[in-house]
Design a protein around this ligand. Structure first.
Ligand code: BTN
Length: 247
C-alpha cells in the first residue's frame, strides 16, 4: 500500500488524474487530491460540485485481484472507511445510504464513485473517487442542491473541520479495511456496513428507467447488492442503481 499523496490545485477531475497514474503503473494506495475540480463527476453521469478549498476531492488507485462481479464490495468498503473517518474526526454521526452515499441530518455529505478498468477481460485497476463536503456553507451550494447537500461544517454546528486531518484518517481507514478485506474477505466489511447503514429496515423505492418498484431493505447479499422484500414477500437483489427512502 503506497502512502504517497499527490496534491494538486485545480483539475478537471481527480478521477482522470488517478487513471493516468494507474496506467503508468502507480501502486495501490496512491492517492491524488485537488483543492478544486472544474468538472467533478458523480454517479450516473451527474456533476459533482467541488468548490475550491471547501472539501476533500480525492481519488485512490486500487489493484485488487477480484472478478469484476465483486467490485461493488469495494464501493461499500470505501463508504465504511469514509464514514468511520468522519465520525472519528468530526464527531458528526454520518450514516450510509445504499450503496455508498453518506448522509447526515438526512442530507448528503459524501459521495463515492468507483470506476473499474479492464484488461484482457479481467480487472486491471479500480479508482475509488471520494468527495466529502467538509467546510461548505449553505451559500456554497447552488440552488439545485439546496436542501439536498450538507457539510460537516453545517452538521457540526458551524465548527470547521481540518481537511488535512480528515484526509489522513480516510486514507488510514481505507488502508485498514482494504487489508482486512484482502485477508478475511467481505464478511467483516459487510458487518461494519450494516451497523452504519441508514437503509436497512427501511421502506424504499427503487428507480429504474423502466419504472419504480417498492420494498423493504432487508440485507446485503454476498456481492454487495441490496436485498429488497416486496409486499408479497418475494426477495429481489438490486446490484446497482438508486434507491429513495420512503418517509
Ligand atoms: C456520487 O455520489 O455521485 C459520487 C461523487 C464522487 C465525487 C468524487 S470527488 C473526487 C472524485 N473526482 C470526481 O470527479 N468524482 C469523485
Amino acid at each position: 500500500w503506497n502512502r504517497s499523496v499527490q496534491r494538486l490545485e485545480t483539475v478537471v477531475s481527480t478521477q482522470e488524474e488517478a487513471k493516468r497514474l494507474a496506467e503508468n503503473g502507480a501502486p495501490e494506495g496512491t492517492a491524488i487530491i485537488a483543492e478544486e475540480q472544474t468538472g467533478g463527476r458523480g454517479r450516473m453521469g451527474r456533476k459533482w460540485h467541488s468548490p475550491r478549498g471547501k472539501g476533500i476531492w480525492m481519488s485512490v488507485v486500487l489493484r485488487p485481484n477480484l472478478p469484476l462481479s465483486l467490485t461493488p464490495q469495494l464501493t461499500l468498503l470505501a463508504g465504511v472507511a469514509v464514514c468511520r473517518a468522519i465520525r472519528e474526526i468530526s464527531g458528526v454521526q454520518a450514516g450510509i445510504k445504499w450503496p455508498n452515499d453518506l448522509l447526515a441530518g438526512g442530507r448528503k455529505i459524501c459521495g463515492i464513485l468507483l470506476e473499474s478498468s479492464l484488461r484482457e477481460g479481467g480487472l486491471h485497476y479500480c479508482i475509488a473517487g471520494i468527495g466529502i463536503a467538509v467546510n461548505l456553507t449553505e451559500d456554497d451550494y447552488p440552488d439545485d442542491l439546496h436542501g439536498v447537500g450538507t457539510s460537516l461544517l453545517i452538521e457540526g454546528g458551524g465548527i470547521p473541520v481540518d481537511r488535512q486531518q480528515l484526509t489522513e484518517a480516510v486514507l488510514a481507514e481505507l488502508e485498514f479495511l482494504y487489508t482486512l478485506y484482502i485477508e478475511r474477505g467481505f464478511k467483516p466489511v459487510r458487518e461494519l456496513w450494516e451497523s452504519m447503514s441508514v437503509t436497512l429496515g427501511r421502506q424504499v423505492y427503487f428507480n429504474t428507467p423502466e419504472g419504480r418498484s417498492e420494498g423493504t431493505a432487508v440485507g446485503l447479499d454476498d456481492g454487495g447488492g441490496l436485498l429488497l422484500r416486496d409486499a408479497a414477500g418475494n426477495i429481489t437483489c438490486i446490484l446497482s442503481g438508486e434507491i429513495e427512502m420512503i418517509q
